[in-house]
Write a protein that binds this ligand. Structure first.
Ligand code: FPP
Length: 278
């Protein structure tokens, strides 16, 4: 938290908001569905590509802020397995922007001690993208701070299918296929994000109430936060507001609150309620 506060102007709205956060209760892993680039551009009579281009700055801000807040992992949904359905020119714009980001931002990732990773069906990417991606991943591999997962050619269902196939392949190679059993731990350990905490907070911009095939397995207990703000307008205040909202949530993971509120005087306690015997 101190690392973030040092970069903010004391007394500014960002500083006040950041100071109001409890550093002990920040999410370990944040997932972001960066949505609304197209609508942002449309609302300004600009081509959709301009919206994607304007989406690079919030990526930079979100990455840097999460690094300064000591968040363990940040996963950004950059390109889904379904995004190939978009017009070819838009798909090319997205790949150009990704290459631009990788080339330009590696120095920034290094300065902020960030480890870059990529999740998705990476073997289906062009060799140029693969090369840039592998180089950036290798350059930042020795860093020990935030893990930045870029979800590229990613789908939550394909991730689960890939995990199951890897489990089957490993069992076949070990000659254990006949008595293979899959459980939650073994499946989780074969996901692209294996070894990282599950997202505590999933942010989606632009107001859509959908998961869109993002981290389907991992978000089982994530807190969902949807803001009407389009991704290109998602600034540090918007991110800090999401964190503030997250800290107000009562996370029960299917259980009950740690310190239950005592029943009101006129509310029957459990022992006083007659329960059916069967
Ligand atoms: C969704 O908005 C956004 C995407 C499919 C791409 C996200 C890409 C960026 C933010 C560009 C930079 C990213 C990196 C990692 C360098 P949309 O096009 O679906 O918007 P719409 O729903 O308003 O049409």
């Amino acid at each position: 938290m101190q690392a973030l506060l040092q970069t903010l102007k004391p007394g500014s709205p960002e500083w006040v908001l950041a100071r109001s956060l409890d550093p002990a209760r920040l999410p370990s892993h944040i997932g972001v569905i960066m949505d609304g680039n197209g609508r942002w551009a449309n609302s300004r009579s600009l081509p959709r590509a301009a919206g994607h281009k304007a989406g690079v700055e919030p990526v930079r801000m979100t990455v840097e802020t999460c690094a300064r807040l000591n968040v363990h992992s940040l996963t950004l949904y950059a390109f889904s397995v379904e995004n190939w359905k978009r017009p070819r020119t838009e798909v090319e714009t997205l790949w150009r922007l990704l290459r631009y980001y990788l080339r330009k931002e590696v120095a920034h990732l290094m300065q902020n001690n960030i480890r870059l990773r990529a999740i998705g069906r990476l073997d289906e990417l062009s060799s140029e993208i693969r090369k840039e991606l592998d180089a950036a991943i290798a350059t930042t591999a020795g860093n020990s701070g935030l893990i930045l997962n870029l979800a590229i050619n990613y789908g939550g269902r394909t991730e689960i299918v890939d995990a199951v196939n890897r489990i089957i392949d490993e069992a076949r190679r070990a000659g254990r296929l006949d008595d293979l059993k899959v459980d939650e731990d073994s499946l989780g350990n074969h996901l692209y994000t294996a070894g990282q905490p599950e997202p505590d907070l999933l942010i989606r911009t632009s107001g859509e109430m959908r998961i869109s095939n993002f981290l389907l397995w991992q978000i089982a207990y994530a807190e969902l936060y949807v803001t009407e703000t389009y991704w290109p307008d998602f600034n540090r205040i918007a991110l800090l507001e999401a964190l503030k909202a997250y800290q107000k949530r009562d996370r029960r993971f299917g259980g009950i609150r740690q310190a239950p509120v005592p029943p009101a005087a006129d509310e029957p306690v459990l022992e006083a309620v007659s329960l059916p015997t069967r």
